[in-house]
Write a protein that binds this ligand. Structure first.
Ligand code: SF4
Length: 262
């Protein structure tokens, strides 16, 4: 069943589509997804970003500076969705400033930040600061933070390549649930990258998320990692069977999406 949050987002999307239909001139992008850093503490089996960062920790010296980001945002115009991606976004201490610039120049209707959930205290503090940044522009603008959950307990740690990650994830979820009580515009969501390592545990993950009282879980099928040349080794199924999985696997509490994961 669609939540009130879901209805709110759907009506905004329909409104934007109508505005685009009426426009006789070229329109701005609907969605901007920006990888703010190449730094990451994870070593996920489904992604090579953390491994590459471990091998070359200077990679994130090439991350755009806050001034460079401002110059680019100024040119983009208004968007509907602003998705942050990475690396691990919460490793950038200036994340609240980036959010502030997005509010000022992109004027999105939704802001979304995925996280690996490892640096619990930092995630809690920066999420509050991001919400303060948003409040300066529009206190009703929804912010979603989406920690990744690829398994329960050791399975999660094994897939994400960090011992103790699941324990930190639980701590992060606890913090973010507290923040949900403080800010009406804050939304906690959990995300699962479906791979051959966890495809048989999806129902268990979904039940667990639901037991935490988290409103939604978004799952992302792992086929797009072609870019990282590892897709054949991690994809849960061949393409035909992948379509069957999409058709037959109707999540009990959430929905399948293709948002950015971390
Ligand atoms: S999926 Fe996210 S957390 Fe995992 S290695 Fe890639 S960027 Fe890091």
């Amino acid at each position: 069943m669609m939540t009130a949050y879901g209805f709110q987002m759907l009506s905004k999307l329909l409104l934007m589509r109508e505005e685009r239909r009426r426009a006789s001139v070229s329109v701005n992008p609907l969605t901007v997804t920006y990888s703010i850093t190449s730094a990451c503490q994870s070593d996920c089996k489904t992604c090579r970003i953390g491994r590459r960062y471990r091998e070359d920790p200077k990679r994130n010296d090439l991350d755009l500076t806050i001034d460079e980001i401002e110059k680019i945002f100024k040119t983009l115009g208004q968007v509907l969705f602003f998705n942050i991606s990475g690396g691990e976004p919460f490793l950038r201490r200036d994340l609240p400033q980036i959010i502030g610039l997005a509010c000022r120049y992109l004027r999105p209707k939704i802001i979304h930040i995925p996280t690996n959930g490892i640096a619990s205290d930092t995630i809690r503090d920066l999420t509050r600061q991001c919400l303060q940044s948003i409040r300066h522009h529009d206190s009703r603008l929804p912010l979603t933070v989406k920690p990744s959950i690829d398994g329960i307990g050791e399975l999660h740690d094994e897939i994400r390549g960090v011992r103790g990650n699941f324990r930190q994830l639980e701590k992060t979820i606890g913090y973010l649930k507290e923040i949900e009580k403080e800010y009406d515009n804050f939304h906690l969501e959990l995300g699962t990258v479906v791979s051959k390592f966890n495809v048989n545990y999806l129902s268990e993950i979904e039940d667990y998320v639901h037991s935490l009282g988290v409103q939604s879980i978004a799952t992302r099928l792992q086929r797009i990692e072609r870019n990282f040349l590892i897709w054949k080794t991690i994809s849960p199924l061949m393409p035909m069977r992948m379509r069957d999985l999409l058709r037959n696997s109707r999540p009990k509490y959430g929905e399948i999406s293709n948002e950015s994961a971390t």
